[in-house]
Design a protein around this ligand. Structure first.
Ligand code: GAR
Length: 213
C-alpha cells in the first residue's frame, strides 16, 4: 500500500484483515512523506514500512521507478493507493496495471484530481461519493470497480462531507480488495472491469456494507 497522509483507509484494511473478512497479507506500506500517519499506523500493526523523499531525486520519474523497485522487492502481488497524493509516471506504473487500485473521493468520472468535496458542493450536486478504480496512466481515469454514494444534506460543508464520506470509504476499499484477493475481479484492457468473468456495465455499488451489481 502507498499513502501520503493519516492512513484511516489503511486502518480499515487492517481491521478487516483482523476481523477475517479480508484475506490478505499486508506486506508493506510506503510513503513519500516520512511523517505520514499511515506509516505510524503500519508500524503499530507490525507491517514493514518505507518512505522515499521525492526531493532526493533529480526527476519525478526517477522517484517513481525507485518507488516501484522498492514495492516489487516486497513481494507484493497487488498494490493499493489510499491517499497517495502524487501523480505517478505512466511507464513506471505500467507493470502494475491490473494489480493496482486507488480510492478517490468522488463519483468518477466526476471530479478527477483535487478538492472533490468542494467541487461537488459548488456544483450543487445532490449526491456525492467515492470510487475505487484500477490505476492506469491516466490520472483518476482507470476503470471504476465500485462506488459508494451518499446524499448531500442541508448544511454540508467541505469537512462535514469529507468526514461522512470517509466512513463509507472504509467499507468500500476493504470490500473491493477482498474481491481482488479472491480473484473475482479483472482489469480488461483498455478500460473495463470483469466480475466473475463477466464484463460489468457499471461500477458495483456499496449498499448496506455489501457490493452489489
Ligand atoms: C481519502 O479520503 C481518499 O479518498 C483520498 O485521500 C483520503 C486519504 O485518507 N484520496 C485522494 O484524494 C486521492 N486523490 P486516509 O489517509 O485517512 O486514508
Amino acid at each position: 500500500m502507498l499513502a501520503s497522509g493519516r492512513g484511516s483507509n489503511l486502518q480499515a484494511l487492517i481491521a478487516a484483515r483482523d476481523a477475517g473478512t479480508l484475506p490478505v497479507d499486508l506486506v508493506a506500506v510506503g510513503s513519500d512523506k516520512d511523517d505520514a500517519g499511515a506509516l505510524q499506523l503500519a508500524k503499530k500493526a507490525g507491517i514493514p514500512t518505507f518512505s522515499l523523499d521525492p526531493k532526493a531525486f533529480a526527476r519525478r520519474k526517477d522517484f517513481d521507478f525507485e518507488l516501484f523497485r522498492r514495492l516489487t522487492a516486497t513481494g507484493a502481488q497487488a498494490l493499493v493507493l489510499a491517499g497517495f497524493m502524487r501523480i505517478i509516471d505512466g511507464a513506471a506504473l505500467a507493470p502494475w496495471v491490473g494489480r493496482m487500485i486507488n480510492i478517490h473521493p468522488s463519483l468518477l468520472p466526476k471530479y478527477r484530481g483535487l478538492h472533490t468535496h468542494r467541487r461537488a458542493l459548488d456544483a450543487g450536486d445532490t449526491e456525492h461519493g467515492a470510487s475505487v478504480h484500477y490505476v492506469t496512466a491516466e490520472l483518476d481515469g482507470g476503470p471504476v470497480i465500485a462506488q459508494a454514494r451518499i446524499d448531500m444534506v442541508p448544511g454540508d460543508d467541505e469537512s462535514a462531507l469529507a468526514q461522512r464520506l470517509l466512513g463509507f470509504e472504509h467499507q468500500l476499499l476493504p470490500a473491493v480488495l477482498a474481491l481482488m484477493a479472491d480473484g473475482r475481479i479483472d482489469f480488461i484492457a483498455p478500460n473495463r472491469v470483469a466480475l466473475d468473468g463477466k464484463l460489468l456495465d457499471a461500477p458495483l455499488q456499496l449498499r448496506n456494507g455489501t457490493l452489489v451489481d
